[in-house]
Design a protein around this ligand. Structure first.
Ligand code: GTP
Ligand code: MG
Ligand code: ZN
Length: 328
């Protein structure tokens, strides 16, 4: 009996200690911070006073460092230890984000924080354009309150088919840039939009994120993912997100390419809000909770607009997401 009580008490003390250890200060207002450029499970690299500092997490925080700080984080360091994080303006996660998550710790899905502008990088060809992937990124970024533009890179490989897709996203009202790191077309235009901001490049593998970063750095510091003809697999694919300061006040975060984006954490009825061309019609459906999915066409204003004011492709993209959330 006694033994058990003692053991229980010991377990409780252990638990309390652990909870105490978890608290990390998020509301520092100091200007004396450094910017996290890269992390791994042991260390973070922090840019401060023009120098890169190799730091660890203060011992009292019982966490693996790359689950608590991320590229873009502004951190307070003392004796080469991180002791606090300046409150984040936003976080980019590969999951749904909610406001309280700005203090997120212990997650694997966060890519970076404090982003002024995200660039969804799409290759015009090689790999082929997947518009559904663009749509998913738009949802994630809007949900995180991160402004974004779409960069159609490898524009040297454009044909009529891809030009139509580029024009389509422009007509929907998204900001589009066309670039080629081969011919240098559009690169100045892109540079101007990225100037004096912290930006992040996101997208599939092999679309040219690292090549664009190299252009901004005016150097080939990052090895790019040249695809070997034999295996068709990339050789120098980026494996961790990393922040680069390419001019005073201008930072760029290069990220590893991803294959797919999972939106299962979103509420099914919220997805339609992210398809902006649906907005004039979704109040016109017969049922107020219409998902424009398996309701009959004669009751659904969205379905009636498909191939008129709503494109078949975007509607299919919407349905694919709805079906995935339904299946979860
Ligand atoms: N034709 C053409 N090829 C390009 C262009 N930009 C990049 N590439 C090539 O595309 C391949 C992939 O480029 P990366 O910059 O490594 O692509 P990434 O998006 O960083 O790839 P991950 O790191 O795997 O996510 C390389 O062989 C580049 O030389 C372009 O504008 N036109
Ligand atoms: Mg890369
Ligand atoms: Zn409907």
């Amino acid at each position: 009996m006694i033994k058990i009580t003692h053991h229980k008490r010991y377990e409780n003390i252990k638990k309390e200690r652990k909870e105490k250890k978890r608290e990390i200060e998020f509301d520092y207002t100091s200007n004396d911070y450094g910017i996290v450029i890269e992390t791994n499970y042991q260390k973070a690299y922090v840019l401060k006073d023009n120098k890169i500092n190799e730091v660890t997490l203060a011992k009292k925080f019982n966490y693996v460092i790359n689950k608590i700080v991320f590229p873009g984080d502004k951190v307070i360091i003392d004796n080469n230890e991180i002791i606090g994080i300046i409150e984040r303006t936003n976080i980019l996660s590969r999951d749904k984000v909610d406001g309280t998550k700005l203090k997120a710790i212990g997650t694997n899905k966060i890519v970076a924080t404090n982003i002024d502008l995200a660039v969804i990088v799409v290759a015009v060809n090689d790999p082929p354009v997947h518009p559904k992937f663009i749509d998913r990124y738009i949802i994630l970024l809007e949900n995180s309150n991160i402004p974004f533009i779409i960069c159609f890179n490898k524009y040297d490989l454009v044909t009529e088919k891809e030009q139509k897709i580029i024009d389509f996203y422009g007509e929907l009202g998204y900001e589009v840039v066309k670039t080629s790191t081969k011919t240098k077309e559009g690169l100045n235009d892109l540079k101007e939009r990225l100037l004096n901001k912290t930006c992040i490049l996101v997208g599939n593998s092999g679309v040219g994120k690292s090549s664009l970063t190299n252009y901004l750095l005016d150097d080939d510091v990052i090895r790019t993912n040249s695809v070997s003809d034999k295996s068709k697999r990339g050789c120098h694919t980026t494996t961790t997100s990393k922040y680069y300061l390419w001019q005073d006040n201008s930072g760029i975060i290069d990220t590893p390419g991803i294959r797919s984006l999972d939106l299962k954490k979103f509420k099914i009825e919220d997805i339609q809000d992210y398809f902006k061309e649906f907005r004039p019609y979704n109040n016109l459906c017969k049922y107020h909770n219409c998902l424009h999915y398996d309701e009959p066409e004669n009751t659904c204003a969205i379905k009636q607009e498909v191939k008129k004011n709503i494109s078949q492709e975007r509607y299919e993209s919407y349905c694919k997401i709805i079906s995935e959330i339904k299946r979860k």
